[in-house]
Design a protein around this ligand. Structure first.
Ligand code: SAH
Length: 224
């Protein structure tokens, strides 16, 4: 799977992809993440990529030309399944959408900045608009990193133990069960006996009941 992320701040995206699972996915050749500096596609002397909004008002608006030039260049090299614009007014990302995206091959992600991007970019190029929640961040880079992380960890071969992702919260209709590791007794705070019993069926039953209870108290909406 290949991601091409278009941003005015490529530096913001270096660290999230250089560690842990996202780094391993790239090393294994399962995911490719390419970050493109929007300014490289600006034809202005100052490499500017934004301008004042028509109609007035505060905040700058990102120009269509650099985005168009970068997207057209990428599209001339390969076919893309999606051009996703990260935007607070988009569809809120959830596990189901992450699952859907994880079987795609090539995805372009556009990161906005300042007040936002020229509406014509959204009208002409964008196939999906995704939000990571009902709050406003200063740029689309962190949302893009969140989206890529949520998707890449679902690609077969990325996690060392695939069954781990299947029991994660939201993968089914249940939240994940409580987790424990050594020591079995920490200052009198003990791990539930069943987890030490070695009885796989009992452990599975306990985990299911715990997950159900957790979902009932924290997210009854998931149980419908
Ligand atoms: N004026 C816009 C907000 C602009 S914030 C509005 O009111 O909707 C600048 C950029 O940050 C956006 O273009 C978007 O790319 C990104 N961004 C901010 N909050 C986001 C969120 N919750 N989810 C996804 N992207 C977000």
């Amino acid at each position: 799977m290949r991601f091409d992320i278009i941003t005015v701040l490529p530096g913001l995206l270096e660290s999230p992809f250089a560690h842990s699972i996202l780094q391993r996915a790239q090393k294994k050749g399962i995911a490719e993440i390419h970050v493109h500096n929007l300014r490289d596609y600006s034809t202005h002397k100052q490499k500017s990529v934004d301008d004042y909004p028509y109609g007035g008002g505060g905040g700058m608006v990102m120009n269509i030309e650099p985005f168009a030039a970068c997207i057209d260049q990428l599209k001339s090299e390969r076919e893309y399944d999606e051009v996703i614009f990260m935007s607070p007014d988009g569809v809120t990302l959830n596990q189901q959408i992450a699952n859907q995206l994880s079987i795609k091959e090539n995805i372009i992600i556009l990161c906005g900045h300042y007040k936002g991007i020229d509406q014509r970019i959204r009208d002409i190029y964008v196939t999906r608009e995704m939000s990571i929640g009902d709050y406003v961040l200063s740029g689309g880079e962190l949302p893009a990193a969140v989206l890529v992380d949520a998707v890449v960890r679902l690609i077969p071969g990325v996690l060392s133990d695939e069954t781990s992702a299947l029991s994660d919260s939201f993968q089914g209709d249940l939240l994940d069960a409580p987790l424990y590791t050594r020591p079995a007794d920490w200052n009198g705070h003990k791990v539930p006996d069943v987890l030490l019993s070695g009885n796989a069926a009992e452990i599975e039953k306990w985990r299911f009941e715990q997950a159900l209870e957790r979902t009932r108290t924290r997210r009854p909406d998931l149980l419908k």
